[in-house]
Design a protein around this ligand. Structure first.
Ligand code: SAM
Length: 228
């Protein structure tokens, strides 16, 4: 088998956009109910989705009554999102999180960043978490999900296949401590940290996940913007 091709993150997602929603990604299936649990009832709340991609969460959260702003740096992922039913309810913006989020402090009672963390270099994690916390209201919640760093030990990072073979948008190997300390160093309080493994139910729905049975595959962090 040939080696995966590593592309700059944005270019990788511009390519992945074509089949991101249809490839049968077991991690998305594992993650979605955990996001709902962590966010709680979002009806009537301003919600920022950072690294929103094809709008997997943004559109359904808008349908649940949140006023959603969604940012991402991949024009192709956003183009897919904008074409979906319900997309008109969401405010879409192109933005690279290497730059500060273009929003005032304390603007959003809910801030979500789903499956983006592995693409942020560990040195930049405190700045990234700090910016998520800055735009969250003082009594708000920041929910961050990530592929569990244990997956790096299995040689797994975000990947897809096209006619040229396996492609990986650039990811950065990190540890759970990098993620936890990134949040703490940014002055955030960890309200809840949970790890989720591949189980039989998931493996029977997504055969490709069976080789990871029992392995922690997802981490979910619920954060409060400041130590209180
Ligand atoms: C695995 S996808 C997740 C998309 C969506 N949150 C979801 O859960 O389906 C990761 C997303 O992060 C975005 N991303 C990665 N690095 C980024 C950056 N520096 N600035 C903005 N978006 C970024 C990618 O373009 C991609 O859409």
């Amino acid at each position: 088998m040939s080696e995966p091709r590593i592309l700059p993150t944005r270019e990788g997602y511009d390519r992945w956009a074509a089949n991101y929603d249809t490839m049968g990604n077991w991690l998305l299936a594992l993650e979605e109910p955990e996001v709902d649990r962590a966010l709680g009832d979002v009806a009537g709340l301003d919600l920022l989705d950072v690294g929103a991609g094809t709008g997997r969460h943004a559109i359904r959260l808008a349908e649940q009554g949140a006023r959603v702003t969604a940012v991402d740096f991949s024009e192709e992922m956003l183009a897919k999102a904008r074409k979906k039913p319900g997309a008109e309810r969401v405010r879409w913006m192109t933005h690279d999180v290497a730059e500060p989020l273009p929003f005032a402090d304390r603007s959003f009672p809910r801030v979500l960043s789903a499956l983006v963390l592995e693409h942020i270099s560990p040195a930049l994690l405190p700045r990234f978490f700090g910016d998520l916390g800055r735009v969250a209201t003082a009594d708000g919640r920041v929910v961050v999900t990530a592929m569990h760093p244990a997956m790096f030990l299995k040689g797994i990072s975000a990947n897809f296949h096209d006619e040229e073979g396996e492609i990986r948008p650039r990811s950065y190997v990190a540890t759970l401590a990098d993620y936890v300390m990134g949040a703490i160093d940014a002055g955030l309080r960890i309200v809840r940290l949970s790890e989720h493994s591949v189980d039989d139910t998931l493996a029977s729905r997504y055969e490709r996940s069976r080789k990871l049975l029992g392995w922690p595959a997802l981490v979910v962090m619920t954060l409060a913007p400041s130590a209180r």
